[in-house]
Design a binder for this molecule. Structure first.
Ligand code: ADP
Ligand code: MG
Ligand code: MG
Length: 911
């Protein structure tokens, strides 16, 4: 750190802009922040920008390093720039004749709307305000500016609550019978100022500072401090903005929108940020300053109306903002102020937009020849594409209803329906034609049938990778998890939230994009894009679908990574294909075991205490699995399909121990005996036998295949038979059989021998010869560390990054929710490693696996099939580490296609 501080000393810390020339430019966002670099760029372009200077983000770092002190040398640099500014403005800070007023504005590299602070009208004091009045012949304006300044300074710098000022302001308004702020005359405003100063004295225990140089220093430091206020920290956590980059401070000559009716202020966008439509968009207020437009004190006017009020300023604004959009090649979000009909630009930046707008704008800018497709790809945040797939609520209806609680937004979309508490009830109610929301404390794999029919899934516990979240995303079901305020009494079929009781059958609605839960019914409809993919709407009729496809086509032309889907069922495969997946990276065979009528057979297999009985049950499963695989291959149109042999511990397929005990007690209490009771008792015995202290590290994965080779035999047979049949029918499929949880090459060798033997048998029986691959999941660290050995048997690897993360950290993904948030709050971990790959640790294990694997087998096929396969930041990493493909749940395929293209172009979102 000492070294860094020394290096800082030699650098320029303050950057001037004014008189058509600036020290900085658009490429200096790191140092000047977005606002500072925009002001510099506009100045250089000859646009009307009030002069000023930017104190760089490096000074913010120094401020924190030096425990809230600014070195004297930097203070001097600021003073020199202030002199320069006074010269450019022809006014002097604190002067009684011609006082210079400035704003002191925060501005980091990434815009953080409303999170940090800004102070306007700095430089006023009891004398300067009279000077301002004399010079402008406008006492109302002078005192309006002064009261605004005391209020902002008092709030931001002296940390006095806003209410204290509001209270006085309202009192004066009332006593003078003023309706609007603008109705107050000079006398009333003088009264406001006097009262404000008293507020400062009593709340801050000091007089309002009269020395403008002291004001400036205090304001500057307060802006630096606002970098670390709670909401800014939270905002950075959500949007993954690092804490260390700091904010710049912009000191800029004030221009005044509050001098009268020939003045005003406003904000706007060069295109509609909600829809993407090419239209001038924004609002303004006459006789107002800065924050008034967004603060909602008065209702602003649509920007178009400015054309009537001040046609010249309006025309100039249109011309300037059009130019800015062309210059930056992106939609601009701008701020302006008009002082006595003279236009000034105060900010420009690329405008935040919805996913829908992002797609419209990117494709429009290419059509307008402003961008090349390659550049347009970079304008869209891959994550935002999800919004285009989610069902929606009518926003006006939604706003009307109060929010009952908020949970983690696990899977986007609008869901509305009647509450049910069990998966079976969900199915039963749906069969009666009702729409339901499945509310559970948490969901377990055998809730899947209930989840499937529900409009949405709402749970009280669990994180973003909990079962409910993963399955919700895979199904494209709106889901909220970890809504901790829900007190669920599943047995009583009701829950309480914030003092309200919700019973089975009551209506609940939620928005999986924001995490908001409301206790009412609100209508929603499926997204247009899904309607097209499901063939209920012709593509020709959906403009947004066409644009979406166009953008993703461009992405496909650029990306290096292949895109596959995690899909277990034919309809999922079909949908994934429609979304643009070209292969399946993970087909989990056990999900098929939960299918209609299969659980009893699976249970019979598990309950068998000898091989013969087990083989009997397996023989019953064989035709069912064969049909499944046949369907999945077909759904993927002959593209490669990786099928994983059975993975979870067997107890997951049996009823819960507690449930069985209750059933048995009930049967016994009612004096029943006979086959049902005996069956339950036998089940209970087996459940107890299968009990494990740590099932995730227990008898699962390849360990099952080794102890019950007949399961691997049956699954291989089903896969190869299905593939042979399809090949006979003319669809060439090359199945990839994947053995999970391998850590020892001998494990794989054992299983591969079975696969090869059965495959040979089947081909002989059917008389069809096909190609197939045998490979493994690398998800146990030992597997990665010995990947050179494993690759001697495996023809492909697929990194199972969920288990690999779990086993590398030693964090149970089902329990991590209890402490992850605290880890994040304490900055021990920045991100949830189950959502976005930990490149340093888990990533290093992946890299080792890649390098060792390829050492043995140059053409080893490499993929990843964990949840990370759909996460843009992780996709960047997988691209760099040289994998061949990523595999993600069907609904994440568009995100993955776009992120893979951005990775190939090597640009991270937000840069
Ligand atoms: P934010 O980042 O929260 O938008 P800003 O620093 O942009 O904060 O300023 C808040 C408001 O004050 C904006 O409406 C801006 O246009 C206005 N403003 C800032 N500096 C000046 C100035 N020198 N003259 C007039 N208005 C200003
Ligand atoms: Mg602003
Ligand atoms: Mg696994």
């Amino acid at each position: 750190m000492a070294k860094k501080a020394a290096a800082n000393k030699s650098r320029q810390h303050v950057y001037f802009f004014g008189d058509g020339k600036a020290d900085g430019n658009r490429h200096m966002k790191d140092l000047l922040g977005g606002k500072g670099s925009g002001l510099a760029e506009m100045t250089n372009a000859g646009l009307p920008v009030p002069p000023g200077f930017t104190i760089s983000t490096a000074v913010c770092t120094i401020y924190y390093e030096q425990k809230a002190k600014i070195p004297a040398a930097i203070d001097r640099e600021i003073e020199q720039n202030l002199k320069k500014l006074e010269k450019a403005a022809g006014a002097t800070l604190g002067s009684t004749e011609n006082p210079l007023l400035v704003s002191v504005r925060s501005g980091a590299k990434f815009s953080m709307p409303g999170m940090m602070d800004t102070i306007l009208n700095l430089g006023l004091n009891d004398q300067a305000v009279e000077g301002l009045k004399n010079r402008t012949k406008n006492g109302r304006f002078a005192f309006d500016s002064y009261r605004r300044f005391i209020q902002m300074f008092g709030n931001v710098v002296l940390e006095i609550g806003k209410d204290a000022f509001e209270h006085e302001f309202e009192a004066v308004k009332k006593s003078t019978r003023a309706k609007l702020d603008t109705d107050l005359n000079e006398k009333a405003l003088r009264e406001v100022v006097a009262r404000y100063k008293k507020v400062v004295k009593s709340k801050a225990g000091r007089d309002f500072p009269q020395d403008p140089h002291e004001q400036l220093k205090m304001a500057r430091d307060a802006v630096f401090r606002s970098w670390m206020n709670a909401r800014a920290i939270e905002y950075r956590r959500i949007y993954d903005i690092p804490d260390h980059i700091g904010t710049a401070v912009n000191v800029q000559m004030m221009v005044f929108g509050n001098t009268g009716d020939r003045s005003g202020t406003g904000v706007g966008f060069t295109r509609n940020p909600a829809t993407g439509k090419k239209e001038f968009y924004g609002e303004f207020l006459i006789n107002a300053q800065g924050e008034d437009v967004v603060a909602g004190i008065r209702t602003p006017q649509p920007i178009r109306e400015l054309e009537q009020v001040m046609p010249k300023a309006y025309a100039q604004l249109r011309q300037i903002t059009t130019r800015l959009e062309k210059h930056y090649k992106d939609v601009q979000d701008f701020e302006f102020t008009i002082q006595d009909e003279r236009l000034f630009m105060l900010q420009t930046r690329s405008g935040k937009r919805t996913g829908h707008a992002a797609v419209v704008i990117a494709t429009d800018l290419v059509a307008e020849k402003l961008l090349k497709p390659k550049e347009a790809i970079l304008l869209v945040d891959p994550e935002s594409l999800n919004q285009l797939l989610a069902p929606g609520f009518d926003p006006d209806e939604w706003k009307k209803i109060p929010t009952a609680t908020k949970g983690l937004p696990a899977s986007p979309g609008a869901a509305s329906g009647q509450v049910v508490f069990t998966a079976d009830d969900a199915v039963a109610w749906t069969q009666q034609g009702k729409q339901v929301i499945l509310v559970r404390r948490e969901t377990v794999p055998d809730d899947i049938h209930g989840m499937f029919v529900s409009q949405g899934i709402l749970t009280a516990t669990g994180g973003m990778t909990s079962h409910a979240a993963v399955v919700g995303r895979q199904m494209g079901k709106p889901s909220i998890v970890g809504a901790g305020a829900l007190e669920i009494a599943e047995s009583a079929k009701q829950f309480r939230v914030n003092g309200k009781t919700v019973k089975e059958g009551d209506y609940v609605s939620f928005d999986g994009l924001t995490g908001e839960v409301k206790l009412a019914q609100v209508a929603s409809h499926p997204s247009e894009i899904l309607q097209v993919l499901n063939k209920t709407l012709p593509a020709k009729k959906s403009v947004i679908y066409q644009r979406f496809e166009k953008l993703l086509d461009w992405a496909d032309g650029v990306r290096r990574l292949g895109i596959r889907a995690n899909a277990d069922q034919p309809d999922q495969a079909e949908l994934a294909y429609a979304f643009g997946a070209r292969g399946i990276g993970l087909c989990r065979t056990e999900h098929m075991f939960f299918g209609e009528g299969r659980i009893p057979i699976v249970q019979r297999m598990i309950l068998a205490d000898n091989e013969a009985d087990r083989r009997k049950a397996l023989a019953e499963l064989l035709p069912l699995q064969r049909e499944d695989f046949y369907g999945v291959f077909k759904g993927m149109h002959g593209m490669p399909v990786t099928i994983r042999t059975i993975d979870p511990p067997l107890h997951e397929f049996l009823p819960k121990r507690e449930d069985l005990m209750v059933d048995i007690a009930k049967l016994e209490a009612t004096g029943q005996s006979g086959p049902e009771l005996n069956e339950k008792k036998r089940l209970l015995q087996r459940v107890e036998q299968l009990h494990e202290f740590n099932p995730m590290l227990g008898h699962r994965g390849v360990r099952l295949g080794i102890t019950y080779p007949e399961i691997t035999e049956m699954q291989t047979r089903a896969i190869i038979e299905a593939a042979c049949r399809l090949n006979k029918e003319g669809m060439k499929v090359v199945p990839e059989i994947m053995i999970p949880l391998v850590g020892l090459v001998k494990e794989l060798r054992d299983q591969k021998a079975i696969v090869d033997r059965v495959a040979a048998d089947v081909m002989k029986e059917t008389g069809v010869k096909i190609k197939y691959l045998v490979g493994t999941m690398i998800e146990v660290p030992r597997g990665a560390e010995t990947a050179d050995q494993i690759a001697s048997e495996a023809e492909f690897f697929s990194f199972g990054t969920n288990d690999l993360t779990q086993l590398t950290f030693g964090f149970s993904r089902d329990d991590v929710g209890k402490f992850l948030r605290i880890y994040q709050d304490k900055k021990i971990l920045e991100k949830d490693p189950f959502a976005s790959i930990d490149t340093e640790g888990v990533g290093a294990v992946v890299r080792t696996g890649v390098q060792l694997g390829r050492k043995t087998r140059k053409d080893l096929k490499l993929g990843i099939c964990g949840e990370h396969g759909g996460d843009p930041a992780s996709i960047h990493f997988f691209d760099k580490v040289g994998l061949d493909y990523v595999s993600a749940s069907p609904y994440r395929i568009p995100v993955a296609r776009l992120a893979a293209a951005q990775a190939a172009l090597s640009v991270k979102v937000g840069d």
